[in-house]
Design a protein around this ligand. Structure first.
Ligand SMILES: CCCCCCCCCCCCCC(=O)O
Length: 132
């Protein structure tokens, strides 16, 4: 499946501003933008596992398309939401448990790169990953 594989972050676009909108403090923002994030994604039909490994933490998520699940984000935020597939694009909608506000996110393959877009309170950031 297109998303399966190991993906290492190559560059960020406006990610620091996205984190600022999320309320992440300056010290954590600085660390997050150089976290060497690596995602290992396995897709089997509608079921996914995402292994996240970075200088900040290592963790793993398992979810099925359209089924809500709990997740703890790298900044410590707890969220609940789900991923769906729209065409070739994964579309995620997650509500923060502390304030109910929504994070929207997409993952898509563009020119062989995995591009994750994240939006919170109107501020969009991107992380672009290269396949290993
Ligand atoms: C501080 C980092 C914030 C990153 C926000 C990403 C948007 C929410 C994504 C939820 C991820 C669930 C698990 C996953 O598929 O990786």
């Amino acid at each position: 499946m297109a998303f399966s594989g190991t993906w290492k972050v190559e560059k960020n676009e406006n990610y620091e501003k996205f984190l600022e909108a999320m309320g992440v403090n300056v010290v954590k923002r600085a660390a997050a933008t150089v976290d060497n994030l690596c995602l290992t994604i396995t897709q089997e039909g509608d079921s996914f596992t995402v292994k996240e490994s970075s200088l900040i933490r290592s963790t793993e998520f398992a979810f099925s398309l359209g089924v809500a699940f709990d997740a703890n984000l790298a900044d410590g935020s707890d969220v609940n939401g789900s991923w769906t597939l729209e065409g070739n694009k994964l579309v995620g909608k997650f509500a923060r448990k502390d304030n109910g506000k929504i994070i929207t996110t997409t993952r898509e393959i563009i020119d062989g790169k995995l591009v994750q877009t994240m939006t919170f309170e109107g501020v969009e950031g991107k992380r672009i990953f290269k396949k290993q």
